[in-house]
Design a protein around this ligand. Structure first.
Ligand code: PGA
Length: 256
């Protein structure tokens, strides 16, 4: 069984004090959820503070974006090397808010993925369709296109330490969760795509679901075939709801 992941995407939230309190809270409850890899994706301004005093609790830290160069004249950008230097192990690439609000293309995402891996970071690659794309029946096509951009630029081994997150854009921050069959199908599309890249990799790679994950739906979501964890936005801002979600995932793993 693939070890499940509970990943928080705090987006543009949390000061150093708030983030440090959250980490202390997770640390005090981490023994209750031994079966889950917990990844907290924070803004770059707090990463150093929370990741530097990480200790052996096993909590992992990630950033939410990176540039594809390691240095240069790119005002306002942060490089993979800089994130690694702050103590990050992970970085989200291709989140739909980056794709849609900041016009990141599939090629940009592919370059970021590749640069992150090259620097030694582990990417959480987000893919997913908009409502228009779903309604026009092109969901699988969109997912293939997004994945294909990345695999065209990187070797299969680059995925060894990566995680993929299926996040239907219409379910993000809307309170609407995708239906079980929609999630199962999309996860199947992703795993089938990965099979074409490498059979073993397709078996091993963890595919998360993201989009309005809450304590009330976490159990149902983790029970869907092919779902290996969750990427949580809004509900990850409160320690209680994030840990309830993580607990639900841990219990599912316990059941085997
Ligand atoms: P949400 O966000 O849980 O608030 O829908 C998920 C995400 O953007 O990763």
């Amino acid at each position: 069984m693939r070890k499940p992941v509970s990943a928080a995407n705090w987006k543009m939230h949390k000061t150093i004090r708030e983030a440090s309190e959250f980490v202390a809270g997770v640390r005090s409850k981490i023994l209750d959820v031994p079966q889950v890899d917990i990844i907290l994706c924070a803004s770059s301004t707090v990463l150093f503070h929370i990741a530097a005093d990480a200790d052996e609790s096993g909590i992992e830290f990630g950033a939410q974006n990176c540039h594809w160069e390691n240095e240069g004249a790119f005002t306002g950008e942060v490089s993979p090397e800089m994130l690694l230097d702050c103590g990050a192990q992970w970085v989200i690439v291709g989140h739909s808010e980056r794709r849609h609000l900041f016009s990141e293309t599939d090629e940009d995402v592919a370059r970021k993925f590749s640069a992150a891996v090259f620097a030694g970071l582990r990417p959480i690659l987000c893919v997913g369709e908009t409502l228009d794309e779903r309604q026009s029946g092109t969901t699988s096509e969109v997912i293939w296109r997004q994945l294909n951009a990345v695999t065209s630029l990187t070797e299969a081994e680059a995925f060894d330490r990566a995680v993929i997150a299926y996040e239907p854009v219409w379910a993000i921050g809307t309170g609407i969760t995708a239906e079980t069959d929609q999630i199962e199908e999309a996860h199947g599309v992703i795993r089938d795509f990965m099979k074409n890249v490498d059979e073993k990799l397709a078996d091993e790679i963890r595919i998360l679901y993201g989009g309005s994950v809450k304590p009330t739906n976490a159990t149902e979501l983790i029970e869907i075939a092919g779902v290996d964890g969750v990427l949580v936005g809004g509900a990850s801002l409160s320690i209680d709801s994030f840990m309830e979600i993580t607990q639900a995932i841990s219990e599912h793993y316990d059941k085997g």
